[in-house]
Design a protein. Structure first.
Length: 288
């Protein structure tokens, strides 16, 4: 039987909201302003430092390759490390928003989406005059390999659910699993505060290449051989929760709500975006 889509109105912000912070890797301060936008406009980033026409739609067609983060560009304008902002918007069910930024790298904050969620909740949301048009998965689609993969199957409820397995082998992170229905309440309580994590060795290599000079243990979770350094975990499985947070943001590049059950094994930003492109292509969606 074909999946029946319940209608819900599109949503935007009631008023603007602002978050300011530094990019992890560049150290450049960025002022992020979330503005209400018109029905059907989706999420669009505006590089105000480049002028009023420097718009980058947050859709998978705008994605370009970047290591360990999601980067989108259109013409001369690019923005990257957008996954936490996209995750916060999608997790709270905000369909239409203009995100005005003053630099290309989004702020890392504490490594989670918590600051963005707080700002968006403070602004409030309003229903708009047209319904959202979800992308409902009707048959299972998988991309990746035996080493890492992600698949979308028909939804188990009227929305998105994610079942993620992380496996770092022997060591303090190890193997973690999480299976969660993505609702605004679950997102706020179970995902938003989960932080980016990195090994001390990887952090040292980044600094040696001139990146991340200002990053400290207060900005993310740094793991040494025996566990986190300079901070305590917010959940025992905080790492897999952060992977799900990232996936929510990457899957939002579909440009409309995704109704699917997602299963993933060691998937990252590139595979997540590949799945979105495949789903849109199969649906004949012009955003692909």
């Amino acid at each position: 039987m074909p999946y029946s889509l319940p209608e819900r109105p599109q949503r935007t912000l009631r008023m603007p909201a602002v978050v300011t912070g530094r990019g992890y890797w560049s150290g450049v301060e960025n002022r992020v302003e979330f503005r209400p936008s018109a029905v059907g406009s989706g999420v669009v980033f505006l590089r105000s430092d480049l002028g009023p026409e420097a718009l980058v739609p947050a859709v998978v067609a705008s994605v370009v390759e970047a290591r360990n983060r999601t980067r989108i560009e259109r013409g001369p304008a690019c923005v990257h490390l957008i996954e936490h902002v996209m995750s916060a918007l999608a997790g709270l069910g905000i369909d239409n928003c203009t995100v005005v930024v003053t630099a290309e790298e989004l702020p890392g904050m504490d490594g989670s989406a918590q600051a963005f969620v707080a700002a968006l909740d403070g602004a409030g949301a309003v229903d708009q005059e047209l319904p959202a048009a979800p992308l409902a998965v009707e048959a299972t689609v998988r991309v990746g390999s035996d080493v890492s993969w992600i698949e979308a199957s028909p939804p188990r409820f009227s929305g998105l659910s994610i079942e993620y397995t992380l496996d770092y082998g022997p060591g303090p992170i190890g193997r973690q699993q999480l299976d969660i229905d993505i609702t605004p309440t679950a997102y706020r309580e179970q995902l938003a505060a989960a932080r980016t994590f990195l090994s001390i060795g990887d952090a040292a290599r980044l600094r040696a290449s001139g990146l991340g000079a200002t990053v400290s243990p207060g900005d993310l979770v740094l793991f040494g051989p025996d566990g986190p350094v300079g901070t305590a975990l917010r959940w025992p499985d905080e790492c897999v929760r952060h992977k799900v947070l990232d996936a929510v943001g990457d899957l939002a590049l579909a440009g409309r709500p995704l109704h699917a059950h997602i299963r993933a094994f060691r998937s990252g930003h590139a595979l997540n975006a590949t799945l979105v492109g495949e789903l849109l292509a199969r649906a004949g969606d012009q955003l692909a």
